[in-house]
Design a protein around this ligand. Structure first.
Ligand code: ZN
Length: 82
C-alpha cells in the first residue's frame, strides 16, 4: 500500500484507495507547438493540489458551481482579494 493518504477538505474523512474523488489543482501551464507535428501542446510547469473532495462532497459541488465561486471571488471588487 502506498503512503499517500487523501483526506476530504470539506468533511475531513479519509478517501479510500480505489474511490473516485475531486481534485482542484493549480497549474502554471505553457502552450506551445510540437516542433515536428505542429499540433498544439500544453506543458505543465508547476502543479499544486489546492482542494480535495470525496465523491459525496464533490457531487454536491459540481464544476459549474466551482467556476462561479472562483469567478465571484477572484473578480471581486474587494481589494484584499485581488
Ligand atoms: Zn467529503
Amino acid at each position: 500500500m502506498s503512503g499517500i493518504i487523501n483526506v476530504c477538505d470539506l468533511c475531513n474523512k479519509k478517501i479510500p484507495h480505489g474511490a473516485a474523488y475531486v481534485a482542484i489543482n493549480y497549474h502554471i501551464e505553457q502552450m506551445d507547438k510540437d516542433p515536428l507535428k505542429l499540433f498544439p501542446t500544453i506543458q505543465v510547469i508547476r502543479a499544486e493540489k489546492v482542494f480535495t473532495m470525496c465523491g459525496k462532497c464533490g457531487n454536491k459541488h459540481q464544476a459549474a458551481k466551482m467556476i462561479e465561486v472562483l469567478k465571484r471571488t477572484l473578480i471581486s471588487s474587494e481589494p484584499r482579494l485581488n
